[in-house]
Design a protein around this ligand. Structure first.
Ligand code: SF4
Length: 379
């Protein structure tokens, strides 16, 4: 924490922000696959929607493809966190690919709901963005029964064969506010429609949006770290603006335009679920150079969600290192000089070991480790 400055400028960094459990798992899977099978490992679509993460993994030997025809017969293929339609799984089988599925379990849950509704012979109204990879995957479970809508107006235009045999589902990364409006209109127009208790928006999307709403009460401008194709990052910008605060989406620190800061006393900072903490730190450093040296973290909602690895990798990881791989992947990805491949990994239950054993680490690495393990002991 920097000392408060006398110029009144302040940076408020809200938590939760950045990586969700589904993204940690997906990044881990690619890292582990590279270690277990060697380079190259093919990844269907960007593993998560963040340019920095994709570039880092590309440098380590991952090859990102949009069609399976680009993947050699018999190669190792990872499905991204957004999920895939069954047709893609079928093509993978015909090409004898060794598939590792990094679909977020919360996306898989929506796929299973779609299958259930299809078995009940319902028409599925899928709320989401038609071109987003997740919607392509979910609608692929029952394409002949699925209609994608993205607005209240689209619901108004809807024509269905049997209004008593309808169900709705949602993308996991939508705006809570917009989705509530669309669901309300669906229920009003089709009173017998069934669906999840409220929606399928995931815990990470919800928590980050609620945190930004709170943050907006205390700042003049909110910066959201995330790539332009990241749905949940774009929704954070919208939530901030709806709360009455100017907001900007930035992919990296150098995107911050000094003219945005004219007359701005308090800046808020958050990050989408696919944006790594290292980018938040770089933005913080850049803002410090503009006089925002009073930097504080605002902890609003505690998250403690972890997803298990796919069985084929879960068995490899402990056998090779005897510890939890998600920790290793994060450190290796964001602190490569401090954690070279093959170095003995720390025990994730006592991450202090990592700092004690490896000697002095860059301050940014320690900050990152603390962000990853909030209960990290002082070094
Ligand atoms: S944003 Fe939600 S649904 Fe998407 S990967 Fe993260 S936890 Fe899973």
């Amino acid at each position: 924490m920097n000392k408060p400055a006398s110029n009144g400028k302040m940076l408020l960094r809200v938590r939760p922000r950045g990586f969700c459990a589904g993204v940690v798992r997906a990044v881990d899977i690619v890292e582990l696959a590279l270690e277990a099978y060697g380079s190259p490992v093919y990844v269907h679509h960007e593993i998560v929607h963040n340019r920095y993460v994709v570039d880092q993994l590309r440098q380590r030997g991952a090859i990102f493809v949009e069609t399976l025809e680009e993947v050699p017969i018999g190669a190792v293929l990872v499905f991204s966190a957004h999920g895939v339609p069954p047709t893609v799984r079928d093509v993978a089988k015909t090409r004898s690919l060794r598939v590792i599925d990094a679909t977020c379990p919360l996306v898989t849950k929506v796929h299973l709901e779609a299958l259930r509704f299809a078995r009940e012979k319902r028409t599925i109204i899928l709320i989401g963005h038609r071109d987003h990879q997740e919607i392509v995957g979910t609608s692929g479970e029952a394409p002949e029964r699925t209609i994608v809508v993205d607005s209240v107006e689209a619901v108004d235009r809807l024509q269905v064969d049997d209004p008593d045999k309808l169900a709705f589902l949602t993308q996991t990364t939508l705006s809570l506010y917009d989705t509530q409006e669309i669901v309300a209109r669906l229920r009003q127009k089709f009173p017998n429609i069934v669906g999840p208790a409220s929606d399928d928006i995931c815990y990470a999307t919800q928590n980050r949006q609620e945190a930004v709403e709170q943050l907006a009460k205390d700042v003049d401008l909110i910066l959201v770290v995330g790539s332009p194709n990241s749905s949940n990052s774009n929704r954070l910008v919208e939530v901030a603006k709806r709360s009455g605060v100017e907001a900007r989406l930035i992919d990296e620190a150098r995107d911050v335009d000094p003219t945005w800061l004219e007359g701005v006393r308090r800046v808020g900072l958050t990050a989408g679920a696919s944006a790594p903490e290292v980018l938040v730190e770089q933005v913080s450093e850049r803002l410090a150079s503009f006089g925002y040296t009073d930097q504080r973290d605002l902890d609003l909602i505690r998250e403690d969600v972890r997803f298990t690895l796919p069985p084929e990798l879960a068995t490899i990881a402990p056998a090779r290192h005897g510890w939890r791989r998600d920790t290793n992947a994060l450190l290796r990805l964001f602190a490569p000089p401090a954690w070279p491949s093959g170095s003995p990994p720390p025990d994730s239950k006592s991450p202090t070991w990592a700092i004690a054993r490896r000697g002095p680490l860059p301050t940014t690495t320690i900050t990152r480790a603390r962000a990853t393990w909030p209960r990290l002991s002082p070094d």
